[in-house]
Structures are given as structure tokens and as C-alpha cells.
Design a protein around this ligand. Structure first.
Ligand SMILES: CC(C)(COP(=O)(O)OP(=O)(O)OC[C@H]1O[C@@H](n2cnc3c(N)ncnc32)[C@H](O)[C@@H]1OP(=O)(O)O)[C@@H](O)C(=O)NCCC(=O)NCCS
Length: 140
């Protein structure tokens, strides 16, 4: 396995990062303009694994609250998975001290990566969905 290179994402990397996010459907439903990827880059950390042609093989992002680092995203293009890209991104994003949290996917690579970085499974997380119409948010 070759060692993957990663670096912090710059503003002009955002199209490459968004191309990966779009492959995973992450931007579906987001209005055009600023989104959670900008928030990670500006207020937390956003890292990418650049490809030689200017695209990205994958990216990951964190946000911080106090001392706690929350890993919000870690995505590697299917054709580049299982070659150390995710591990390199995580090593860059979780390099600092302090508590770290994330919500793991069911991808078997995710769990082993996180455990190797010192995170321990706490409890299952259920995603519940329902219709937005008719919700009373008390905003009137
Ligand atoms: C999960 C993901 C980010 C991991 O990145 P990756 O580049 O594919 O993974 P790596 O090559 O860095 O390998 C990570 C670990 O998985 C192991 N692994 C690799 N391929 C595997 C496979 N097919 N089955 C099980 N484990 C595997 C590696 O050995 C490594 O573990 P180790 O550090 O203990 O040796 C990536 O596969 C992905 O984007 N998956 C889809 C999106 C997703 O679920 N993201 C996680 C959101 S929480």
C-alpha cells in the first residue's frame, strides 16, 4: 500500500471536494451557495487527497466545539477505496489532542479506521426520517 498524500483544502479546492461529495449524494437538498463543507473549511478543518489531475480522491472534515473535535465527513471515491486514502485523511484530521467524536457509517473500513485512531464505539445510532410537511416548529 503506497502512502497517500493529503493536505488542507483551500477555497479553490472546493469544486474538487464538492465533486466527491456529489458522488455520495451529500449535497442533495442543499441550496446553492455556502454549505457544511465551507463551514468545515472555515470553522474547523477540511482536508483532501489530491489527484494529479486536480481532482480529489477523497476528503474529510471536522468541526470543533471547545476542546472536542467532531469528525463530520470522511469520503473516498469508490475507485480509490481500500488503498490508504481514508487512513491518511484521518491521520491529518485527528492529529491533535483532545476528545474526538464521530458517527460511523456501516462501511467496515470506517469502524476499523476509527478504532485505530483511539475512538471507541458507544452506542448504535438510528436515522429516522419523516415528512417535513405539517411540522409545527413554533416559528410563527
Ligand atoms: C470508509 C472510508 C472513508 C475508508 O477509506 P479507505 O481509503 O477506503 O480506507 P483505507 O484504505 O484507508 O483503509 C481503512 C481501514 O480499512 C481496512 N480495509 C480496507 N479495505 C477493507 C475491506 N474491503 N473490508 C474491511 N476492511 C478493509 C484497512 O485495512 C484499514 O484498516 P487498518 O488501518 O486497520 O489496516 C471509505 O471506504 C469510504 O469513503 N467509504 C464510503 C463512505 C463512508 O462510509 N464513509 C465513512 C463515513 S463515517
Amino acid at each position: 500500500m503506497t502512502e497517500s498524500v493529503t493536505r488542507a483544502a483551500r477555497e479553490d479546492d472546493m469544486p474538487a471536494v464538492r465533486a466527491v461529495a456529489t458522488r455520495f449524494g451529500l449535497l442533495r437538498g442543499w441550496p446553492p451557495g455556502r454549505d457544511f463543507l465551507d463551514a468545515e473549511r472555515i470553522f474547523g478543518a477540511l482536508a483532501l487527497a489530491p489527484a494529479p489531475d486536480g481532482r480529489a480522491l477523497g476528503f474529510g472534515g471536522t468541526l470543533r466545539r471547545g476542546a472536542v473535535t467532531h469528525l463530520g465527513d470522511l469520503f473516498v471515491l469508490p475507485e480509490s477505496q481500500s488503498s490508504g486514502v481514508g487512513r491518511a485523511l484521518l491521520a491529518e484530521l485527528l492529529a491533535g489532542d483532545g476528545p474526538k467524536v464521530t458517527f460511523a457509517s456501516s462501511d467496515p473500513r470506517a469502524m476499523s479506521l476509527y478504532i485505530r485512531h483511539g475512538l471507541r464505539p458507544r452506542c448504535p445510532l438510528l436515522y429516522l426520517t419523516g415528512p417535513a410537511a405539517g411540522l409545527d416548529l413554533g416559528l410563527r
